[in-house]
Design a protein around this ligand. Structure first.
Ligand code: ARG
Length: 477
């Protein structure tokens, strides 16, 4: 057995990266404490980012002469072998592999020996883990952005194709005014566009490199952080090492942003669940996004939508939970920060799944335009009746009250508002004339709302066109 092998086996027996000041190299850690402390179970997901950061860091320290070009090459080649192990799912995780950083360094040492011990010069797991996380989030956020854009694309497509479908619009869940189905669809595209813009801002703050901050004080070996950042594709470097090592705002921001998106999507899901119930029957959720009941053969449940609504709670939980972790921490790194990962990973996985499922549900549902239009009722035109009077010079407050009287009269006579004769209406106001008949038309009702943002055909088409233009604009880098 060579000296190095002996050292390795000692490490396998439980000696730690940080074991120098401990009795038997830290091998005596309480067994429960060892697993309690370890993050390898979940942070192994960042193996790729950890290796990417290490390779770039090796180059950076070779440029300042900490390692020779030859040593740098050995480290690079060794790290490639470690990466291949992960890639091919043959990385043997040891009990003493506390976290992904420790595991990769241990493996590197097995492959290239003593040279591996130079890689960590001037670096700390504090700046390393933050860098890994930033790289990891950067990649997943870019993918997530794509899914959000896809959702907006589905909204745009449906809105354009089904622009002539009318439906009741609800406030307080009561029939309010006639709107276009497309207008409802797009009422979710716009917030999603805002979320994409917010995500772009978050992504810009994520894409700042913290490597070179060391444990707290900075880098003592003159590493060119700007060059290192460029090498890793970051847009810049953090400006203060004490800030950088303890900062997880980018994680909190992502989770808070996710909460906002989920609050929106759970509302969207709830609307569709209502619209797809037998009582409404406005839409049918495709079989591929529904499940059945083990007892009631007739059942088809929109579990996709229920899970979107339900998982909002989980995401809010991560967001609040992580803020609780951050609250009251002293500045710079504390082990509490290791709690960031499970909440972030699960939050990210949930968001990835949900946005894709939402696009799928929306792309495949079918609309029953007959059912939607047969749910329209003349009372929804009471506002139009008031506007009719306004157009004849009646002040709106008076018109509102006169129209209200017409509603009451119709209700008292047990007839539809639109069935009131001109004579009956004249008992309410002399201003009513024969042309009041023109009010009783749902399509022309929507056509009044032609100002930007309204539900007229033209105004909705304008939304579609604006979104289409935005959809072709490239993502910021
Ligand atoms: N596993 C740790 C984490 O996720 C890595 C950083 C450890 N740093 C330390 N000083 N113990 O936060």
């Amino acid at each position: 057995m060579s000296d190095m092998d002996a050292e390795n086996s000692e490490r396998e027996g439980g000696a730690k990266l940080w074991g120098g000041r401990f009795t038997s190299g830290g091998a005596g850690t309480n067994a429960l404490m060892e697993s309690f402390n370890a993050s390898i179970r979940f942070d192994r997901r960042m193996w790729r980012e950890d290796i990417q950061g290490s390779k770039a860091y090796a180059t950076a320290i070779s440029k300042v002469g900490v390692i020779t070009p030859d040593e740098c090459e050995q480290i690079q080649a060794g790290l490639d072998r470690v990466a291949a192990d992960w890639e091919q799912d043959r990385f043997d995780i040891l009990q003493s592999d506390e976290d992904i950083h420790t595991a990769n360094e241990r493996k590197l040492r097995e492959y290239i020996g003593q040279v591996a011990l130079k890689l960590h010069t001037g670096r700390s797991r504090n700046d390393q883990v933050s860098t890994d996380m930033r790289l990891w989030v950067r990649q997943r956020v870019a993918e997530l952005r794509g899914y959000l854009v896809e959702f907006i694309g589905v909204c745009r497509k449906r809105a354009e194709e089904e622009i002539d479908v009318l439906m009741p619009g609800y406030t307080h869940l009561q029939r309010a005014q006639v709107v276009r189905w497309s207008h409802w669809v797009l009422s979710f595209a716009w917030p999603m566009k805002r979320y994409v813009e917010q995500l772009d801002e978050i992504a810009a703050r994520v894409n700042v490199m913290s490597l070179g901050s060391g444990a707290i004080a900075g880098n003592a070996f003159g590493v060119d952080r700007e060059a290192l950042a460029e090498d890793l594709g970051f847009n810049g470097v953090t400006e203060n090492s004490m800030d950088a090592t303890g900062d997880r705002d980018f994680v909190a921001e992502f989770l808070m942003w996710s909460s906002l998106v989920m609050a929106r999507l759970s509302k969207w899901a709830e609307d569709l669940l209502l619209f797809s119930s037998k009582e409404f029957n406005f839409v049918a959720i495709a079989d591929q996004y529904s499940t059945g009941s083990s007892l009631m053969p007739q059942k088809k449940n929109a579990d996709s939508l229920e899970l979107i609504r339900g998982k909002a709670g989980r995401v809010f939980g991560h967001s609040c939970g992580f803020l609780m972790t951050l609250k009251g921490l002293p500045s710079t790194y504390c082990k509490d920060l290791q709690e960031d990962k499970e909440m972030l990973f699960d939050g990210m996985d949930t968001m990835h799944a949900i946005v894709q499922i939402a696009s799928g549900v929306l792309a495949t549902l079918t609309v029953d335009s007959e059912k939607m239009s047969s749910a329209l009722s003349p009372d929804m035109l009471a506002t139009d009746l008031a506007y009719y009077l306004v157009r004849k010079g009646v002040p709106f407050r008076d018109a509102h009250s006169l129209s209200g009287s017409a509603v009451a009269l119709a209700e008292k006579s047990a007839i539809a508002l639109s069935s009131l004769t001109v004579e009956q209406l004249k008992t309410i106001s002399e201003v009513f004339e024969d042309d009041v008949r023109s009010v009783w038309n749902y399509t022309s009702s929507t056509e009044q709302y032609s100002s930007t943002g309204g539900t007229s055909r033209r105004a909705v088409q304008e939304q579609v066109d604006k979104l289409a233009a935005w959809l072709t604009s490239p993502a910021p880098r």
